[in-house]
Design a protein around this ligand. Structure first.
Ligand SMILES: CC(C)(COP(=O)(O)OP(=O)(O)OC[C@H]1O[C@@H](n2cnc3c(N)ncnc32)[C@H](O)[C@@H]1OP(=O)(O)O)[C@@H](O)C(=O)NCCC(=O)NCCS
Length: 174
């Protein structure tokens, strides 16, 4: 069984609700996607709306993976740079696979599909992302071909007294 990936899907209420559930469930399972558990769907919603606005303005693209039952099972946002000297690479944000599907290789499939999508965008030569240190995520991204190119010590405060490194990962699209 594998996921079916769609790049730039039409934003329907079903897609919106599916991503909202995915993002909330991933966060509440301890995922490092911008929130700290426990988080409510309504806390995530404004962040998702910001991404939809960026998509409508052409600054951000969305890649989603649906499972065999038609549920949103994975998603990632691809964000283009507005800086005129940095238009040859893009950012990946909120790489996430639903907790019920983690550990089956879908995360690697998602990043493979994201690299293919990025290659299809005119002028894009590399993908950059940041991840929260201390969760082993560098190993996950490493298994997808990314290299650690920098690390800002303690930049992410997940709780008072619990600061994590902000790790910068890069994938040149050869
Ligand atoms: C991180 C995430 C996207 C990985 O997706 P996944 O489908 O579970 O991962 P895969 O099954 O494709 O794993 C691919 C490889 O990475 C490893 N891996 C996956 N998650 C890992 C983690 N958190 N720490 C260390 N290694 C990890 C797997 O063991 C596997 O390695 P192998 O090939 O040697 O067996 C997923 O677990 C997730 O959504 N996590 C919560 C959200 C999150 O934190 N996202 C990161 C934002 S920076």
């Amino acid at each position: 069984m594998s996921l079916t990936f769609t790049f730039d899907p039409p934003v329907t209420p079903a897609l919106r609700d599916g991503i909202l559930d995915l993002w909330t469930d991933v966060s509440n399972a301890g995922g490092a996607v911008g929130f700290v558990a426990p988080v409510e769907r309504e806390t995530v919603r404004p962040e998702l709306v910001r991404h939809f606005v960026a998509m409508a303005e052409g600054r951000t693209r969305l890649l989603v993976g649906h499972d065999g039952e038609g549920r949103v099972a994975a998603a990632v946002f691809l964000s283009l740079n507005s800086h005129r000297l940095m238009t040859h690479w893009l950012w990946l944000y909120t790489v996430m696979v639903h907790p019920r599907h983690q550990g089956k290789g879908y995360g690697r499939d998602l990043l493979g599909a994201a690299a293919d999508a990025a290659r299809g965008i005119d002028g894009i030569e590399a993908i950059r992302l940041t991840c929260r240190g201390g969760l082993g995520l560098e190993r996950f991204y490493g298994s997808c071909g990314y290299k650690e190119v920098g690390r800002v010590p303690g930049a992410i405060r997940v709780a008072p007294g619990d600061d994590r490194d902000d790790v910068i990962m890069l994938l040149p699209l050869g």
